[in-house]
Design a protein around this ligand. Structure first.
Ligand code: ADP
Length: 501
């Protein structure tokens, strides 16, 4: 880790952090009913950088009432091309505030600055513009039928796509702004109204976004933002009988609670949950691409990434050079505060997360995996943990099966030639979110991609993300898909109307 480094925070970011943060309900900033606050901590310094309101069930009630009333108000009458324009205006606002948003994201989450900039530019504004263009392309169809009682040719049936209604969006801390945008944009394109509940650990960019939303022409009550804890504000949102849909990203454990809480009014639920994704490397793979690809697949966002390629399966003929290369890359990361431009590896999000990761590293050692690199926490301040590589990991070890959500790579070699046997190893997990296959052989690549039981498989890259590429999990990695046209569908319902002449 670099020596203690001076952190410079811009005046604009400082002013925002120091300002009074409230809840966005019905277009106004209002204080939480309880008056309780949540301290916001910079995970790289462990210092408090701000505080926000802790909303509770009463605040959620107000936000849901505002969203319900906005659903049938002005918002429902706005032509779709105007909805598109509003989303594009919000993208413009984000572009105008790109520097401060990136800075706040780094301070709040700990990610390195280039990553914050890349994610906001390539996923944030791109998502808004992508779904803005969908807003004008939502329509039903006509169906040639002759239902009971109608004479041939004397009836017509058409479908309308209607907004699903009031959406509760609950998001995690690992990429806070992008998740806020990912939840808001398809919902707004579809004509829904939203209550956004940011993660208690990272509320800052969602609150900044709230002000941009107020500037973008989105009518009052269409987007409400309630900061608060998961067990209070989050739970109240998922249990609420006037919420039509929950869109959630977070842990599988909380995802299951959300399903249970949603039963009361059978609200619709989409879940993007955990992962334990395989990276499968065949002997003919291009090592120049595999080595950085595998290192990034696991260590991107310090491994706090649901798509992370945390299980590395390498053919025995190239196991040694691949691991040596990944180790060299892992040890070359510069660990430190994300606002220092030369740092490319940040802290974990919290003391709890650091403790969890360190416990898993101990479990790996106890289970008999070989610690090839890392394994230690770093520095006295900040939740830093070294990129860590275990080799000779066996499929039944806990470090190979359970999601660690930290920078821990589990590598094992294979010498099978049968693709199904290799796929069985890759699929030996309760998750199924992402995965990648590395080979020059197009038949092997496509066959393996078909055999891997994940919502996303990339060939000679890992976790390809684009607004147009559907993303979501199989097995316990989730329900439904986000991004792309498929990501719009959960925000729409179909009404069939039949006219008998
Ligand atoms: P992570 O493990 O990544 O922290 P969590 O699943 O714990 O993710 O949290 C993701 C989001 O879910 C956060 O906004 C958190 O406040 C919220 N959350 C946590 N517990 C609940 C709950 N019981 N009901 C609804 N939301 C919750």
């Amino acid at each position: 880790m670099a020596e203690a480094q001076e952190i410079n925070i811009s005046n604009q970011a400082r002013e925002f952090l120091d300002s009074n943060h409230q809840l966005l309900i019905n277009g106004e900033w209002v204080a939480s009913k309880s008056g309780d606050k949540i301290a916001v901590i910079d995970p790289a310094t462990e210092e408090q950088i701000s505080e926000v309101d802790a909303g509770n069930a009463e605040d959620i009630n107000d936000a849901v009432a505002a969203a319900r009333s906005a659903l049938t108000g002005e918002w429902s009458k706005i032509p779709s091309h105007d909805r598109a324009q509003i989303l594009n205006k919000l993208a413009d606002e984000i572009e105008m505030n790109f520097d401060v948003l990136s800075e706040l994201e780094v301070l709040d989450n700990g990610m390195p600055m280039p990553l914050a900039q890349y994610s906001i530019a390539s996923h944030g504004t791109a998502l808004l513009r992508y779904y803005a263009s969908w807003a004008t392309k939502i329509h039903g169809s006509t169906i040639p039928v002759s239902p009971g009682g109608a004479m041939n040719g004397e009836s017509i049936t058409y479908t309308r796509r209607e907004p699903i209604g009031v959406v509760g969006a609950i998001i995690p801390w690992n990429s806070p702004l992008i998740f806020a945008i990912l939840k808001l944009t398809p919902a707004l394109a579809a004509g829904c109204t939203v209550i956004l509940k940011p993660a208690e650990l990272t509320p800052m960019t969602a609150l900044f976004l709230g002000e941009l939303i107020r500037n973008s022409g989105i009518p009052k009550g269409v987007v409400n933002i309630v900061t608060g804890y998961g067990e209070t504000a989050g739970a109240a949102l998922t249990e609420h009988h006037d919420v039509d849909k929950i869109a959630f990203t977070g842990s599988t454990e909380v995802g299951k609670k959300i399903v249970e809480a949603s039963i009361g009014n059978l609200k619709k639920v989409t879940l993007e949950l955990g992962g334990k994704s395989p990276v499968v490397v065949f002997p003919d793979a291009d090592l120049e691409k595999v080595i950085p690809g595998a290192a990034r697949a696991c260590f991107f966002l310090q491994g706090q990434n649901c798509m992370a390629g945390t299980r590395l399966f390498v053919h025995k003929d190239i196991y040694e050079p691949v691991l040596a290369g990944v180790k060299e890359m892992a040890e070359a990361f510069t660990i430190g505060h994300g606002l220092i431009p030369t740092n490319d590896f940040g802290p974990l999000i919290s003391a709890t997360q650091k403790k969890r990761v360190m416990e898993y590293i101990q479990i790996g050692k106890d289970e008999g995996a070989d610690l090839l690199s890392g394994g230690e926490s770093v520095g006295d301040k900040g939740y830093f943990v070294q990129p860590t590589i275990f080799s000779n990991v066996k499929g039944d070890m806990r470090i190979a099966r359970e999601e660690i959500f930290g920078p821990v790579l589990c590598a094992e070699s294979f010498d099978d030639s049968d693709l199904e046997t290799i796929a069985n190893k890759a699929n030996n997990t309760s998750y199924g979110l992402s995965g990648s296959v590395w080979t020059q052989d197009i038949s092997v690549a496509h066959k393996m991609a078909m055999l891997i039981d994940s919502g996303q498989v990339s060939i000679n890259c890992h976790a390809a993300v684009d607004p147009a590429i559907p993303f979501g999990g199989n097995k316990q990695s989730g329900w439904g898909r986000e991004f792309g046209k498929e990501g719009l569908e959960p925000y729409l319902k179909t009404k069939a109307t039949t006219v008998i002449f």
